[in-house]
Design a protein around this ligand. Structure first.
Ligand code: BG6
Ligand code: MG
Length: 208
C-alpha cells in the first residue's frame, strides 16, 4: 500500500533530456567529435560529473582536473540557458494531474533527482508546492544506481522505503529504486526498464 511517491524529474515530469543532449553535443563538437542520441542514452539518470566522464571516454579524450571542471561548467551554462526558457506547459502529459491526485489521496510526494538544477526547474514549471520534500544532486553523495537519493527521499517524508513507490525513466534510476527497497514504476519502454515492477509509457497512463 503506497504511502509515499518519489518522482525522478528529468524524463518523468519534464523532457529536459533533449536540452541535456544538445548541451553535451555542443561540447563534444567543440572538442572535435560527434555525439549521438544513442550515446546520450548512457547519460540518462547519471550525474553531471559521471556524464562528462562517459562523454570524454566516447571521444577518446583525456582531461586534467581543471579542464574537466571547466568543461562541466561550460556544459551546465549552456543547459541552464535552455532550461531558463522552460514553460509550465512543458510538464509531461498527466504529470501534474497525477501529482494532484496523489496529494488528494493523502499520499506524500518527494522528488528524487540527480540534478543540481532541480529546484530551478520546479520553479520554472511552477510545481514546487506539490512536493513535500526535494532530494536532488546537491543533497546526495552517491549517484544512481546507488539507492542513497531514494532512501533520503523516503526518510524526508518520514516513511519507510517499502511504503514508497519510485517513478523512474532511467535504467540506473530503476536499479536505485529497487535497491532502496521501494517498488518501482518505470516510465518508458519495457525493454530498457525490465527491472521495474511495472512499466507505463508516461504518468498519464496512471491518472484515474
Ligand atoms: C539527471 C539527468 O536527472 O540529472 C542526467 O537524467 C543529468 O542526464 C543529471 O546529467 C545531472 O543534472 P544536472 O542538472 O545537475 O547537470
Ligand atoms: Mg530521469
Amino acid at each position: 500500500n503506497m504511502k509515499g511517491a518519489i518522482f525522478d524529474l528529468d524524463g518523468v515530469i519534464v523532457d529536459t533530456a533533449k536540452y541535456h543532449f544538445l548541451a553535451w553535443k555542443s561540447l563534444a563538437n567543440q572538442l572535435g567529435f560527434e555525439f549521438t542520441e544513442t550515446d546520450n542514452e548512457r547519460l540518462k539518470g547519471v550525474s553531471r560529473v559521471e556524464s562528462l566522464r562517459i562523454l570524454l571516454e566516447i571521444g577518446g579524450i583525456e582531461a586534467d582536473e581543471r579542464t574537466f571542471n571547466e568543461m562541466a561548467e561550460s556544459k551546465n551554462k549552456e543547459y541552464v540557458a535552455s532550461i531558463a526558457q522552460l514553460q509550465p506547459e512543458e510538464i509531461l502529459p498527466g504529470a501534474k494531474t497525477y501529482l494532484q491526485q496523489l496529494r488528494s489521496q493523502g499520499i506524500k510526494i518527494a522528488l528524487g533527482s540527480a540534478s543540481k538544477n532541480a529546484e530551478f526547474i520546479l520553479s520554472k514549471l511552477e510545481i514546487a508546492d506539490l512536493f513535500d520534500a526535494v532530494i536532488d544532486g546537491n543533497k546526495v553523495a552517491k549517484a544512481k544506481p546507488d539507492p542513497e537519493v531514494f532512501i533520503s527521499a523516503s526518510s524526508a517524508l518520514g516513511l519507510d522505503p517499502k511504503d514508497c513507490v519510485v517513478f523512474e525513466d532511467a535504467e540506473a534510476g530503476v536499479q536505485a529504486g529497487k535497491a532502496s527497497g521501494s517498488k518501482v514504476v518505470g516510465i518508458g519502454s519495457p525493454e530498457i526498464l525490465s527491472e521495474a515492477d511495472l512499466v507505463v509509457p508516461g504518468l498519464a497512463a496512471l491518472v484515474k
